[in-house]
Design a protein around this ligand. Structure first.
Ligand SMILES: NC(=O)C1=CN([C@@H]2O[C@H](COP(=O)(O)OP(=O)(O)OC[C@H]3O[C@@H](n4cnc5c(N)ncnc54)[C@H](O)[C@@H]3O)[C@@H](O)[C@H]2O)C=CC1
Ligand SMILES: O=C(O)C(=O)COP(=O)(O)O
Length: 596
């Protein structure tokens, strides 16, 4: 019998030394390493040396001192401001993390130029429209932001612009400084009793609403995703878009810039507004069609606008909008208070350090957020999931491509009481990494699976009993493929492996229809043999002769003296000759060597 090794069907090389991420990364938790650890094409020694050294964080825009101090304890900091896009692309290949504010475009080229080293992008603020999230995800790079520390600053700036606009503060100030005394020209409008439409009732929008109520305004809000009770709690009525823009005396914008909100204020929507409406924008310039706003100002539809943000920042010097006498402008100062900048710096530094340590960040923008307690509980199952994926794919034979994978989670917990995103990501990692050079982590797992046409369906089996453990077993089945180890096929024709966690260690408990029990450590030899005395001994003695240490052995059979599958866990990889000797044992019908 010729030895069949775990080299998968696509013929791409499996490099087992690169797969034990936890041994390569100095991280507090093994799970962390699995979640966000990197795989690199470089030799393992280089990786270890690189990771033992402090990581490098490029701070590309001004960050508060407290955040820099936090970063310095953990990483080498390179504060390089005002980099050109080319300079950023050059520097990035030497950096593990990048911290930016709104002034730096983190484009696809940045991720491509990083050569796989960039692990995390920290946005020291809320809006992540300057980061190419799709490219980050494709490159397995985590993006985190600092979503809470500048909320009040932005809301206060919104109110500052609202009141300053209503009373012509900026224009009157400029006029007086120019030596004029124009009391009649700068008669303003009152806010009390006026209707303010808050567009985007999130963190900033709701704080603006709260403050505007304090000024005696009637506040309505439009936000398709905001909970009605949160609005009611502060006396705000949620309305549709059309009603909001048609009834408002003042409109304050607080939604993110997305394809759905881009240029949402345009010629058509300005035409539906009350004549003389006043607009405040502390969100993003791109939500307004700026040329249309100039037209609406000139036509008197919009009486005034107060803008902190622009489509292009800084805007062109001759921008008609900026120069318009009914427009008040500030240079993107919403988040710029001493307090907010210190808070944001700490918030982002903590998120970036956590991510570099491999912890799952609470402010992750492009990865599932899993609470720490759930993470702890799932830790051994995460390892099991990856190993089952790894085993299953190595059993595929005959040049068949892996397209349909079914994962079954058996648990006594209620279906909605088990977050399987982490497990699915690790199964995906196990399925893909042995047959490609792609690095898979929690960030890019679903994307990579989709890109490779790999369809993973998940099923829950609810077991009786007490739900102390999150899971009893995980089963991975690959459909529509042949196997290089025929005994791995289930009765229904899929490759099937199943495993459990025993005493915190993942075990393989089923191969095809055969029950086995072998801990998933080191590598595994699966043999199908005629069930007869002496088989265990003969295989073990061949391995012993070659000094290959057996760490586990288990035999599963269908019926006595018929066929049995023997699963042998080994610490070292047996030589080709040793595998051949095992294959030459007459009673061995087929066998496969699988690397974990
Ligand atoms: N000027 C500045 O310096 C600052 C600007 N910002 C910007 O303010 C905006 C809001 O920030 P946060 O309140 O912290 O974010 P958030 O995520 O808490 O709130 C955004 C809200 O917009 C809503 N939304 C999404 N699509 C919408 C749509 N089509 N129509 C109406 N509402 C929609 C969301 O449901 C969410 O409730 C962001 O664009 C952010 O970048 C935030 C801080 C400082
Ligand atoms: O947090 C945001 O979304 C902001 O717009 C603040 O931007 P900044 O960090 O001041 O460049």
């Amino acid at each position: 019998m010729a030895a069949t090794t775990g080299t998968p069907t696509s013929g791409l090389n499996v490099k087992p030394s690169q797969l034990s991420l936890s041994s390569k990364l100095h991280m507090p938790q093994q799970l962390s390493a699995i979640s966000l650890g990197r795989r690199s094409a470089r030799p393992q020694v280089t990786i270890r040396a690189a990771l033992d050294a402090k990581p490098t964080v490029l701070v590309a825009e001004k960050l508060g001192e407290a955040g820099l101090e936090l970063l310095k304890d953990f990483a080498n900091i390179d504060c390089s401001y005002n980099l050109t896009p080319e300079e950023l692309c050059t520097k990035i290949s030497l950096c593990d993390a990048l911290i930016v504010r709104s002034g730096t475009k983190v484009s696809r080229e940045v991720f491509e130029s990083s050569g796989g080293r960039l692990k995390v992008v920290g946005r020291a603020g809320v809006g992540i429209d300057n980061v190419d999230l799709a490219a980050a995800t494709e490159h397995g790079c985590l993006v985190v932001n600092a979503p809470t520390a500048n909320t009040i600053a932005a809301a206060e700036h919104g109110i500052a612009l609202l009141t300053a606009m209503a009373r012509n503060v900026a224009q009157a100030d400029a006029s007086l400084k120019a030596g004029k005394w124009q009391r009649n020209k700068y008669v303003g409008v009152s806010l009390v009793g006026k209707t303010l439409a808050v567009m985007g009732f999130g963190k900033v929008g709701s704080e603006v609403a709260r403050r505007a109520k304090g000024l005696g305004m009637h506040v309505i809000a439009h936000d398709p995703y905001a909970p009605v009770d949160r609005a009611h709690a502060i006396g705000v009525h949620l309305v549709g878009f059309e009603e909001a823009i048609a009834t408002a005396d003042f409109i304050s914008l607080h939604m993110p810039l997305t394809p759905a909100t881009a240029k949402v204020l345009n010629d058509d929507t300005f035409a539906k507004m009350k004549k003389g409406v006043r607009i405040v924008n502390v969100a993003r310039g791109g939500v307004i069609d700026e040329d249309a706003l100039v037209r609406a100002l000139d036509a008197g539809i919009v009486a005034q606008a107060a803008l902190d943000v622009f489509t292009e920042e800084p805007p062109p010097k001759d921008s008609k909008l900026v120069q318009h006498e009914n427009v008040t402008v500030t240079p993107h100062l919403g988040a710029s208070t001493m307090e907010a900048q210190e808070g944001v710096a700490i918030e982002i530094a903590e998120a970036v350090v956590g991510a570099l340590r491999g912890e799952l960040a609470a402010t992750a923008v492009n990865a599932p957020m899993v609470p720490a307690e759930v993470l702890n509980e799932l830790k051994p199952f995460v390892l099991l999931a990856e190993k089952l994926g790894r085993l299953a794919v190595q059993l595929v034979g005959g040049g068949s491509g892996v397209k349909n994978v079914k994962v079954t989670y058996a648990s006594a917990r209620a279906p909605d009481d088990l977050d399987t995103r982490l497990l699915r990501a690790m199964i995906t990692k196990g399925l893909i990494e042995p047959i490609s050079d792609v690095f898979v982590n929690l960030v890019n797992a679903d994307f990579t699976a989709r890109q490779r046409g790999l369809r993973i369906t998940e099923e829950r089996v609810v077991l009786d009993g007490s739900p102390e453990r999150p899971l009893e077993h995980i089963q991975v089945q690959i459909a529509n493929v042949e196997s290089k180890f025929a005994s791995a096929m289930s009765d229904s024709g899929e490759i099937r492996v199943e495993g459990k966690v025993k005493d915190g260690i993942p075990h393989l408990t089923k191969v095809g229809s055969f029950e086995v029990d072998v801990s998933l450590e080191g590598s595994i030899l699966l043999c199908r043999q005629v069930d007869q005395p002496g088989m265990v001994g003969s295989v073990a003695s061949i391995l012993g002769e070659e000094n290959v240490n057996v760490n586990f052995m288990s035999v599963g059979r269908i019926a006595p003296r018929k066929h049995a599958v023997m699963a042998i866990g080994v610490d070292e990889q047996p030589s080709k000759e040793t595998l051949k000797k095992i294959g030459d044992i007459p009673a061995i019908e087929e066998f496969v060597f699988l690397k974990l």
